[in-house]
Design a protein around this ligand. Structure first.
Ligand code: F3S
Length: 62
């Protein structure tokens, strides 16, 4: 599965990083850095938690 972030939708909540700091990365202002990686199917619980935690729905799994 492919995990991506639409950085245009990111508002800097940093909740994705709090849930899965080994997967998501943020800049000094809390905005997600671009991400486009292959992850296992099903994805790890921490990744799903990070996706669910984003209030902007900026993170996609497809
Ligand atoms: Fe941005 Fe959502 Fe993460 S707003 S920093 S992608 S929780």
């Amino acid at each position: 599965m492919r995990l991506t972030i639409d950085t245009g939708k990111c508002s800097g909540h940093a909740r994705c990083w709090e849930a899965a700091p080994d997967v998501f990365d943020i800049d000094d202002n809390g905005y997600a850095l671009p991400l486009d990686v292959e992850v296992s199917d099903p994805p790890a619980d921490s990744i799903r938690a990070g996706i669910a935690a984003c209030p902007e729905r900026a993170i996609s799994l497809h």
